[in-house]
Write a new protein. Structure first.
Length: 263
C-alpha cells in the first residue's frame, strides 16, 4: 500500500510518467510483488505511468515477467558482468550463472520487455580467455534481442571488497588522486591481473565496445517499428536542425571574410 501511495503521489503531484525502481530485490519476494501488481491494477494509475526495474537474473521466469508487464514495466536492467562462470563466481559467489543470464534475456525478450545490462572487463584474476567469453556473451545478447549493453573497466571504490584488493596491490590509498577512479580507465586498469598484457586488454575491451555499438541500431529499428510517425518526424527535425547549423556556420564564415576584407 505504501509503494502504491508513493507512485500515486509522483504521478498526481509531479506528473511523473516513468519511474525507475532501483531496488534490486524488487522481485525477490514474489508474494509481495503480486500484491503490489494487484493494487496497481485496481488503482487509477494503470495506463498513466511506466516502469523499469533491476531484477536478479536467477529469479527471472515467466510468472515474474507477466507480473512486471501487468505493472507496465517495459525495461529491465541486469548486471550481467561477465560471460565467464569462473569470474561470475568470483564476483557474485554461487548466486548466478552465465546460463541464467542468457535465460533471463530470452524470457524477458519473449515477453516484449527491453533488456539492458552491463558487463565488466579487468576483474582480478580475469584472463584474456575469460574476456573472450564476455565478448561471446555480448554476441549472444545482441542475437537474442537485448536492447542495450554497456561495458566498464573494473574500478575499486572505497568500502568495497575491490577497494581492499586494490589496497593490497598498492594501486590505491586513502589519499590518492580520486579522478583515477573511473569506469573507463582503459589506460590504467587498476585491478587488471598482472599476467594480462595491457595492450591486449585494451584491444579486447575496444573490440567489445565495437560490438556494443550494434545495439544502437537495435534501438533505432525498435523506434521505427513502434513509432513510425514519431520516428519520421524526429528524423526530419534532425535534418532541419543540421541544415540550420550548416547555414549558421556558412553565415559566420561569410561574416569573418567580410570583416577581413573591410580591415
Amino acid at each position: 500500500e505504501y509503494v502504491i501511495k508513493q507512485i500515486a503521489d509522483l504521478v498526481s503531484n509531479y506528473r511523473v510518467s516513468h519511474i525507475q525502481i532501483w531496488d534490486d530485490l524488487f522481485v525477490a519476494n514474489k508474494e509481495r510483488l503480486r500484491e503490489i501488481v494487484a493494487l496497481f491494477e485496481c488503482s487509477s494509475l494503470k495506463g498513466s505511468v511506466k516502469f523499469n526495474c533491476q531484477p536478479r537474473a536467477n529469479l527471472i521466469n515467466d510468472e515474474i515477467c507477466e507480473l512486471l508487464k501487468r505493472m507496465d514495466c517495459n525495461i529491465v536492467l541486469f548486471g550481467f558482468e561477465s560471460g565467464s562462470d569462473r569470474i561470475l563466481r568470483y564476483l557474485k559467489g554461487d548466486n548466478v550463472t552465465v546460463e541464467q543470464n542468457r535465460n533471463a534475456i530470452k524470457i524477458c525478450v519473449k515477453h516484449g520487455m527491453r533488456v539492458q545490462g552491463s558487463v565488466i572487463f579487468g576483474s582480478p584474476t580475469e584472463t584474456l580467455e575469460d574476456m573472450q567469453k564476455t565478448l561471446d556473451f555480448i554476441d549472444f545478447a545482441h542475437a537474442s534481442g537485448a536492447n542495450r549493453i554497456w561495458s566498464f573497466v573494473m574500478t575499486p571504490f572505497p568500502a568495497t571488497k575491490m577497494w581492499e584488493i586494490a589496497k593490497e596491490k598498492n594501486v590505491v590509498n586513502d589519499d590518492m588522486d580520486w579522478s583515477l577512479l573511473t569506469h573507463n580507465a582503459l589506460d590504467n586498469p587498476l585491478l587488471l591481473d598482472s599476467s594480462v598484457n595491457r595492450d591486449k586488454f585494451k584491444k579486447i575491451f575496444l573490440q567489445g565496445k565495437k560490438k556494443l555499438n550494434r545495439f544502437k541500431w537495435n534501438k533505432v529499428i525498435s523506434f521505427l517499428k513502434s513509432n513510425p510517425i514519431s520516428a519520421v518526424t524526429y528524423f526530419i527535425s534532425l535534418a532541419f536542425l543540421y541544415l540550420k547549423m550548416q547555414f549558421l556556420n556558412i553565415s559566420k564564415k561569410s561574416l569573418r571574410i567580410n570583416e577581413n576584407i573591410t580591415h
